[in-house]
Design a binder for this molecule. Structure first.
Ligand SMILES: *Cc1c(COP(=O)(O)O)cnc(C)c1O
Length: 414
C-alpha cells in the first residue's frame, strides 16, 4: 500500500489529525487480513460462490468446495514443508495446541505420563499442560538461557523413559527468538519414546519452516498472524512418522476423524492464500525480511539513545518483525498510557497483558519485575513504513523523557 493511501501515515513532526487511529505496532497479536485473501474468502460464502459443504461429494457444489479445501491444504503444506495429508484444520493455534497435547497424552497414557515444555511457551501450551498436571500427569517446565533459547543439553537431561511429549515453540510471541526446533526434534527422536510438538503460530512468513525435513511430529499453525483470518488454523500431524492422537471431539469424522465438524471453506481458503503469499517472505534474505530488519534496527537506534534501555532477545536469534525493549527508570503502566493514543503496542502478549502481570517470558529471561513491567513489544509487518517507525521513536522518546523527569521529582519528594 502506498504511504499516501494510508489514513494513519503520520510524518514525524507533522500534526496527526485529531481522532486518528493509533499506528499499528501489534502485528504479533494479529495482522490485518490481506485484501487479496479477503477477496478469495468472500468467494466462498454466497450463493454464486463456493458455498457447498466440502463433505457433500454427491453434487457439484460440494465437490467444488472440496476442491477449494484441498487446494488450500496443498498451499498450507507447501508453505511449511509438510505433506498435504499432514494438515488437520482447526479453529486456530490454540485448538491445535490443545489437540496435540491432550491428543498425545491421552493416546499414550498407558505408556507414560511425563511431558516436557518450556517456561516461555504461549499460554495455549502452558495451560493444557497445567490441566494435565491436575489430572495426574507430570510436567517439566524448562528454563531458557538469558538469550531465550533452550539449551539442548537441558532437554536431553529432562527426557525420561516415561516422557511421551516434548512441546517447544518455534518463534516466541513476545521477544521473537527462534528456537532450533530441528535440533531439539533430533534429540527427541533419538530418545525414542516421545513425540515432538512445535507451536509455530508466529513463524509463517517470518522464518523458514521445514516440518518434514526437521523430523517434527506435530506442529500448530495459525492464519491470523500471517495476514489470514482469525478463527482458522491447523495442526500438522505427520502421517509419515505414524503419529497417533486421540481426538478431542466426535462427530462427522472429518479431518481423519481427528477434528469432526464441517470444514469452514472460506476460513481454510483464506489461510491457504495467506500462507502462499507469506511463504515468499520467510527467508532471512528475502526483500521483505531485509526491509523489516532495517525497520527494526532503525527503531532500536532511535530508542537506545534514550539510555537505560535494554533489548530483549539478540537480533541474530530473532525474527525481524519484532523489537522488545525494557525501559529503566519508568513505570510500565504509565509508559503504556503515555504512548497509547499514538501507538497500538503491547506490553507483552495480548493474552497475558490483560492480566496486568509482568511478562513471565521476560521474567524467565532474568529481567527483574520492574524492568519486565516497563517493556514494550513493538511488532510490525507488511504495511509498516519507515515513517511509522520514525513516529514511534518520537512518541516513545517524549514519553520516556517526560516520565523520567516526573519520576525524578517524585523520588526527590519521597
Ligand atoms: C497467537 C498465538 C497462539 C494462538 O493462536 P490462535 O490462532 O489465536 O488460537 C498460540 N501460540 C502462539 C505462539 C501465538 O503467538
Amino acid at each position: 500500500m502506498s504511504d499516501a493511501a494510508r489514513p494513519d501515515a503520520a510524518r514525524p513532526g507533522a500534526a496527526r489529525p485529531f481522532g486518528a487511529r493509533p499506528i499499528y505496532f501489534d502485528y504479533a497479536a494479529t495482522t490485518p487480513v490481506d485484501a487479496r485473501v479477503a477477496a478469495y474468502m468472500a468467494e466462498c460464502l454466497t450463493r454464486d460462490g463456493t458455498f457447498g459443504n466440502p463433505g457433500s461429494r454427491s453434487h457439484a457444489e460440494g465437490e467444488r468446495a472440496h476442491e477449494a479445501v484441498e487446494a488450500a491444504r496443498r498451499q498450507v503444506a507447501a508453505a511449511v514443508g509438510a505433506a498435504p495429508a499432514d494438515v488437520v484444520w482447526t479453529s486456530g493455534a490454540t485448538e491445535a495446541n490443545n489437540l496435540a497435547i491432550f491428543g498425545v497424552a491421552l493416546q499414550a497414557r498407558t505408556r507414560g505420563r511425563h511431558i516436557i515444555t518450556c517456561k516461555t511457551e504461549h499460554k495455549a501450551v502452558l495451560d493444557p499442560c497445567r490441566e494435565l498436571e491436575r489430572r495426574g500427569w507430570s510436567v517439566t517446565y524448562l528454563a531458557p538461557s538469558a538469550r531465550g533459547r533452550l539449551d539442548p543439553a537441558r532437554l536431553a537431561a529432562a527426557l525420561r523413559p516415561d516422557t511421551v511429549l516434548v512441546s517447544v515453540m518455534h518463534v516466541n510471541n513476545e521477544i521473537g527468538v527462534i528456537q532450533d526446533v530441528a535440533g531439539l526434534a533430533t534429540l527427541v527422536a533419538r530418545h525414542g519414546t516421545a513425540r515432538m510438538h512445535v507451536d509455530a503460530a508466529q513463524s509463517v512468513g517470518k522464518c523458514p519452516i521445514d516440518f518434514a525435513g526437521a523430523g517434527i511430529d506435530l506442529m500448530s499453525l495459525s492464519a491470523h498472524k500471517a495476514y489470514g483470518p482469525k478463527g482458522a488454523g491447523a495442526l500438522l500431524v505427520s502421517a509419515a512418522r505414524g503419529v497417533e492422537l486421540e481426538p478431542l471431539q466426535y462427530g462427522g469424522g472429518q479431518e481423519r476423524s481427528l477434528r469432526s465438524g464441517t470444514v469452514a471453506t472460506h476460513q481454510v481458503v483464506g489461510m491457504g492464500a495467506a500462507f502462499a503469499l507469506a511463504a515468499a517472505d520467510a527467508a532471512p534474505e528475502s526483500a521483505e525480511s531485509l526491509r523489516l530488519a532495517a525497520l527494526r534496527e532503525r527503531l532500536w537506534d532511535g530508542i537506545r539513545v534514550l539510555g537505560a534501555t535494554f533489548r530483549n532477545g539478540e537480533p541474530s536469534d530473532c525474527v525481524p518483525q519484532l523489537l522488545n525493549v525494557s525501559f529503566g527508570d519508568v513505570e510500565g503502566e504509565s509508559l503504556l498510557a503515555a504512548v497509547q493514543d499514538e501507538l497500538a503496542v503491547s506490553t507483552g502478549s495480548a493474552c497475558t497483558s490483560s492480566l496486568g502481570e509482568p511478562s513471565y517470558v521476560l521474567r524467565a529471561l532474568g529481567r527483574d519485575e520492574r524492568l519486565a513491567e516497563a517493556s514494550l513489544r513493538l511488532s510490525f509487518g507488511r504495511f509498516s513504513t519507515a515513517a511509522d517507525v520514525d513516529h514511534a521513536i518520537m512518541v516513545i522518546g517524549h514519553a520516556v523523557l517526560r516520565l523520567r523527569s516526573i519520576g525524578g521529582l517524585c523520588a526527590t519528594a519521597n
